[in-house]
Design a protein around this ligand. Structure first.
Ligand SMILES: NC(=O)c1ccc[n+]([C@@H]2O[C@H](COP(=O)([O-])OP(=O)(O)OC[C@H]3O[C@@H](n4cnc5c(N)ncnc54)[C@H](OP(=O)(O)O)[C@@H]3O)[C@@H](O)[C@H]2O)c1
Length: 265
């Protein structure tokens, strides 16, 4: 019951990693604010957690609609009176080369993955600073560290996330607000089915690497102890992506040579 009496606001709570995080925080005693676009699916998530009206508040929001974030934050604060942890997790991926991607698709990835997280954080931050405590978590990715084929817009958005939240952490030390970058490798969720292709339609298929990867619940079991310690960065990967991060540290040139000849799905 580490989070008993604390309020945790999670975006992307209707599926995959966000749903698994919601379960884990709930089981640790937290009050939850569950957000994403699909209200009916968020209600189902709430039901699977026991339809606990006292501890779960469904607050639908679209991460592309930054002009609604101030009002959504007001509603969240009005409901539970405080936000102790904000988990910026909602996001989408990509399956298209630069040549075949419309600029609007690359902008959409940036709008959801980067400006969605940045915008919501900017609304919640003054509240945390005024209380002198808080924890901002953002689901980045190994793609926030390494660029690969078919992920230009996605990797761009996640690299931007890394830069913004690493800078924010520096500014927040004096305010006692922690910032955690969560960097998963492949996790078995709907991320590849929902990924955008070059014309903005959904990819619609489960990628090979994702279908063989650990589940979101397995991932969350592993990262939760580190989240509780508010670690600055949590990298959680399978063997190949973990190795890629090590090779990049040793020699980015070597990693590029390897990736050039690697099948990326
Ligand atoms: N799975 C992986 O291999 C992996 C690896 C590294 C990082 N990640 C990151 O993990 C996060 C969660 O992804 P996932 O793997 O759990 O994928 P997922 O199962 O597809 O879940 C994505 C979540 O984001 C929400 N979302 C998408 N567009 C949104 C929008 N415009 N406004 C509000 N919410 C939106 C979706 O809810 P609605 O459809 O209801 O809006 C859903 O809850 C993402 O940031 C992703 O980049 C995933």
């Amino acid at each position: 019951m580490f989070y008993k009496g604390k309020t945790v606001w999670i975006t992307g709570a209707s599926s995959g990693i966000g749903e698994a995080l919601s379960r884990a925080f709930y089981n640790e005693g937290a009050n939850l604010i569950l957000s994403s676009r699909r209200e009916e699916v968020l209600q189902e998530v709430k039901s699977t957690l026991g339809a606990d009206d006292d501890r779960i508040f469904v607050l639908p929001l679209d991460l592309t609609q930054s002009d609604t974030f101030a009002e959504k934050t007001r509603e969240a604060l009005e409901h539970f009176g405080q936000i102790d942890v904000l988990v910026n997790n909602g996001g989408i991926s990509q399956r298209s080369t630069v040549l075949e991607s419309e600029l609007s698709v690359i902008r959409r990835l940036m709008e959801i993955n980067y400006f969605g997280s940045v915008g919501l954080t900017k609304e919640v931050l003054p509240h945390m600073v005024s209380r002198g405590s808080g924890h901002i978590i953002v689901t980045s990715s190994v793609a926030g560290k390494i660029g690969t084929k078919f992920r230009s817009g996605y990797a761009g958005s996640k690299h931007a996330v890394q830069g913004f939240f690493n800078s924010l952490r520096q500014e927040m030390y004096e305010h006692n607000v922690d910032v955690t970058l969560l960097c998963p490798g492949f996790i078995k969720t709907n991320i590849s089915k929902n990924a955008l292709t070059g014309d903005g339609t959904n990819f619609g298929k489960m990628g090979d690497a994702h279908s063989k990867a650990m589940t979101a619940d397995e991932m969350v079991d592993k990262v939760m102890p580190k989240i509780k310690k508010a670690k600055e960065e949590i990298i959680i990967t399978g063997f190949k992506e973990g190795l890629a991060i090590w090779v990049q540290r040793l020699s980015p040139t070597l990693l590029n040579k390897i990736l050039k000849n690697t099948k990326v799905t």
